[in-house]
Design a protein around this ligand. Sequence first.
Ligand code: C2O
Ligand code: CU
Length: 445
Amino acid sequence: MTERYTAAPMTWSVAGDELMTWGYDAQLPGRLLRATAGDLVEVTIDNQLPEATSIHWHGLAIANAMDGVPGVTQADIEPGAQFTYRFVVPDPGTYWFHPHHGLQLERGLYAPLIIDDPDEHVVAEADYVLVLDDWLDGTGTTPEEEYARIRTAGMEMGDMSDMDHNSMEMASSPLLGGDSGDARHPFHLINGRPLDDPATLDPLPRAGDRVRLRFINASADTAYRVAVGGHRLTITHTDGFPVEPIDVDAFLIGMGERYDVTLVVESGAWPIVALAEGKDQRAGTILRTSDTKPGRNVLFEATELDGVWLRYADLIAHERVRLEPPVDPISIDVALTGGMMKTDWGIDGRSYGEHLPIELEAGRWYSLNIANDTSMWHPIHLHGHTAQLGRAAGGVRKDTVNILPGVTTELVFRADNPGQWMLHCHNAYHLEAGMATVLRYGGDA
Ligand code: C2O
Ligand code: CU
């Protein structure tokens, strides 16, 4: 399969405003890339941006040279230059791609990537992709300006007394263990559309159809609590990999995470609601069945948002994808460090650039014990591998995991894909500040 994407400045209309931003082929999200597991994928990226770029294939365990991290796995793709990524897609599932360059992801440079399973076990009459995004670019600010604002706000906060501090209004959420995010986003989008101009999933499903919804959180600084009015959800996959199906009312999705859910849709027009967790803002899309007339006003409310929500502890890997780690994988302790006041987010007290790479040996099993020593949650992403969450047999497999303050999370995996792989926070501003390191090993796994 051969595809071509052009990264370039573009305008995108949100709620009647023409916003200047950057994107792929003037679309938001970038056009869906779809292949089947085992396919050879060839994507040429034409860089028409005023700065260098790259593409990272988030969640795919592909050859290291195709992983898209400038300075680690490839050279920058300079303005005016092209680069062709060429790789075999190993695992089916819901993925996405985006640059690994500064704050470019916080613009419109992202697109969904669906790898179909030749041996699919989830039966659905309809299949939709929903990409969630917090949006600020072109609304009178840029990601770089917002980053500068966050740094200044952090410094001022550091200078304040405890009393001032307590009276500060912070975006906060019990589900996230405190501060939910630091950036200010005027809009939250699903598939490029804000709440007051929502899309309707197309083509319309029939009443009674089992539909599959694939959620991707492409945002920079926002976790979403997701629910569908009038329906319970069956969680079937996370981060591309299948889980033992589990029914919930709502789930939380951090930056970089993916969830596939199914539901049997009842006749009507239903709100799909993504609540920006701890931020009192939301995004929405309409799920309308073909027997229902358009135009009925859909309220983006859902009591399900406050119902039974999914916890990681509920997730079990589907037997098709269970790992069999040894009882005693080699433990490596990793600490998430720093804070907002100095914007010194880092790993083991160092920011990226001063990081000490974590050396592994090919073929061995590891447990990364990641301790969140900060006062804020972080969605931590490991490149090139899908790890088991925790040591217990049958643990769910993920590539991105939300780690709450004070919590230690174990990521268990086999070093079976040699190269240099990033481990980092998927909050775009925390990554920019340096919450990243590299795992590396050579040789044959
Ligand atoms: Cu989706 Cu290193 O990122
Ligand atoms: Cu973070």
